[in-house]
Write a protein that binds this ligand. Structure first.
Ligand SMILES: [Fe+2]
Ligand SMILES: [Fe+2]
Length: 468
């Protein structure tokens, strides 16, 4: 790996002049996008960031001060696995592909573009948050997430340029043209067009939406197209930090809420300017249900085709016994004549649902950790994940109304009660009013507890951002 190269990489870029030229041509457009759509401030300041410099477990991350526009956005693929074989689907056991098979070219391009589109989208959604950070530590974490999402865009653009010729180059340009929330050129998936204007939403996004990213990447890490598998395997190492930011961010707000409740005779966390657990629960309901939509339809021929052709597997395919999945089935609750009933569908058509199951379990583990903190604080409250049927806008449940426990209800009842379950305009206003920047070293906004430790062994009052 050469850090002094213009585009740091472990793909031998200097040996491929055509590809190098294509990426060097794309780079200024990327920088233009970053300056227009990246963080709205702090671009000239020194930020204590980690940069990927290699792919081996010990040496991949380098921590130092860097100005964000000087961040080294590199191209890193996990090392090739010797003699890797296709792990699932119709071609199970064949050697993996180093080139794109003609018949799957369009499907693969679509998968890569859809994944790639989410990366810059999240940076755009979070663009204004730096103006209201609850601490220097948090502001630095936001920037870390942002530069790494930028690198994930590079990862997908590398694949488009290296393997998809002219169409790939055009897609790479379009990835810089679309903008989150734009009326004419929105991002592809609706969750990535939701504005993130407050930090509670930011932590919810990194907890729930980045975790959808983790599961999509885990499914793509199984892909028969080896360069895609290797790219996503390295992206997963960065993704873990994004979910750490989300889970611990919400955990710290929960902890602070409990502290404030204990101080008030009526256990009202808002009384002293905190965020209360009911509001946190409503934001969980909103972001979790929105993130569930990202997994696609419950009964999906697309998912079946992707599995059959070996493009997209299940997460950790090796934990399953049957890698062909032609005979298995899945029991799915469906609505029929206004009632919930179960239907049996072929396993391959249920691949989105199988991935969603793993995602839900993973979220529940995080929620359990928050609930342990609440119990330890001596507060009687349980945060719950709503049913997967609640508040969906995609898939088989989207045409029906459900309460958070998943019971079918009438549209009227949903409309009447949605203020109990989802953030109301007043809740959003309350949350937004709390968002006042706190940037003195070591200080925290009143509504969030301090983290347990600093970054990379640094103290909590370390100067994570040096303003110049
Ligand atoms: Fe990402
Ligand atoms: Fe992420």
């Amino acid at each position: 790996m050469q850090l002094f190269e213009k585009i740091p990489n472990n793909v031998n870029l200097s040996q491929d002049k055509r590809l190098l030229r294509a990426l060097e041509k794309w780079q200024p457009d990327y920088m233009k996008w970053w300056s227009e759509a990246g963080p709205a401030d702090f671009q000239a300041d020194d930020i204590y960031l980690r940069t990927a410099i290699s792919v081996d477990a010990k040496g991949w991350a380098h921590f130092d001060y860097v100005k964000m526009p000087d961040y080294k956005w590199g191209i890193f693929l996990a090392p090739p696995e010797d003699q890797r074989k296709i792990g699932f689907g119709d071609f199970f056991g064949n050697p993996v592909w180093q080139e794109v098979p003609g018949e799957f070219r369009n499907a693969l391009r679509r998968i890569i573009v859809t994944q790639g589109d989410t990366e810059p989208a999240s940076v755009e959604q979070q663009r204004l948050l730096c103006n209201s950070a609850p601490s220097m530590y948090d502001c630095r974490n936001l920037f870390q997430v942002n530069v790494e999402e930028g690198r994930h865009l590079w990862a997908m653009v590398y694949l488009l340029h290296a393997y998809f010729g002219r169409d790939g180059r055009e897609e790479a340009e379009d990835l810089l043209e679309r903008r989150s929330g734009d009326v004419d050129k929105p991002r592809i998936l609706s969750t990535f067009n939701e504005p993130i204007s407050d930090w509670l939403s930011f932590y919810m996004f990194t907890m729930f939406t980045d975790r959808d990213g983790k599961y999509q990447l885990l499914a793509l890490a199984e892909s028969s197209f080896d360069p895609l598998s290797r790219t996503t395997r390295f992206m997963l190492t960065e993704e873990a930090h994004h979910m750490f930011v989300g889970e611990t961010g919400i955990g710290r707000i929960v902890k602070r809420a409990c502290e404030l409740m204990k101080k008030d005779p009526n256990e009202d966390a808002r009384k002293d300017g905190g965020l209360d657990l009911d509001t946190i629960q409503k934001y969980v309901n909103f972001w979790y249900s929105s993130s569930l939509d990202l997994f696609g339809g419950e009964i999906s021929t697309n998912a079946a085709d992707y599995f059959a052709s070996g493009l997209k597997g299940r997460e950790h395919e090796d934990k399953w016994e049957d890698h062909v999945a032609l005979t298995g089935s899945y029991r799915l609750p469906v609505m029929e004549d206004g009632k919930l009933t179960e239907r049996t569908i072929p396993m391959r058509n249920a691949m989105n649902e199988v991935l969603r199951d793993s995602y839900i379990d993973d979220n529940q583990r995080g929620v359990d950790r928050w609930n342990r903190m609440i119990a330890e604080a001596g507060v009687n409250y349980t945060i719950t994940l709503p049913s997967r049927r609640f508040n969906r806008t995609m898939g088989i449940y989207s045409g029906h109304a459900f309460d958070p426990r998943g019971n079918p209800i009438s549209r009227e009842e949903f409309e009447r009660r949605k203020g109990e379950w989802l953030p109301s305009a007043a809740d959003r206003e309350y949350v937004n009013n709390l968002m006042q920047p706190v940037l003195e070293r070591g200080k925290m906004a009143n509504w969030i507890a301090a983290p347990e430790r600093g970054i990379k062994g640094q103290p909590l009052d370390f100067e994570y951002i040096r303003r110049v």
